[in-house]
Design a binder for this molecule. Structure first.
Ligand code: RB5
Length: 156
């Protein structure tokens, strides 16, 4: 699985730790930065992962900032991206089974590395359940179309 990862300064340290977890899981990892704890703007990093996933360059994306919130807002602006902020194991499983999320956002100021690692492992290994959940994703796609995003990044 090809996984893109990025963080702002608030998530930099946790990103480095999660890269090791991804490598242990034999994932192909692409790191879009940032590369230090020097202050940066999270949209500049979130968009790279979101567009990469939407274009199909990566199967999944992982975004880390202080709270996970800013990164998730950015990622969900990109058509085709379904991003969830996850800080517990139940939600990590549920958002894969129910929402087929392709981007995971976490807040390094909210959870520690042990829980983040567990969340990443669960999120990457849980399959979408399909069935009744598929029609709900179809409705999300209709909302994207309604707001003129039907071409998405793929069509650019
Ligand atoms: C940076 O201070 C902080 O605002 C950012 O990491 C993130 O939490 C935004 O949502």
């Amino acid at each position: 699985m090809r996984v893109a990862i990025a963080a702002d300064h608030g998530g930099y340290a946790l990103k480095e730790q999660m890269k090791n977890v991804l490598k242990e899981l034999n994932m192909e990892v692409h790191d879009f930065g940032t590369d230090s704890e020097q202050s940066v703007d999270y949209p500049d990093y979130g968009i790279k992962v979101a567009e990469g996933v939407a274009k199909g360059d990566f199967d999944r994306g992982i975004l880390i900032c202080g709270t996970g919130l800013g990164m998730s807002i950015v990622a969900n602006k990109v058509p085709g991206v379904r991003c969830a902020v996850v800080h517990d194991c139940f939600s990590a499983k549920a958002t894969r089974e129910h929402n087929d999320t392709n981007v995971l956002a976490m807040g390094a100021r909210v959870i520690g590395p042990g829980l983040a690692e567990e969340i990443v492992r669960i999120w990457l290994t849980t399959e979408f359940a399909g069935g009744r959940h598929e029609q709900r994703l179809d409705k999300i796609r209709l909302i994207e179309e309604k707001y003129g995003q039907e071409e998405g990044v793929r069509g650019c």
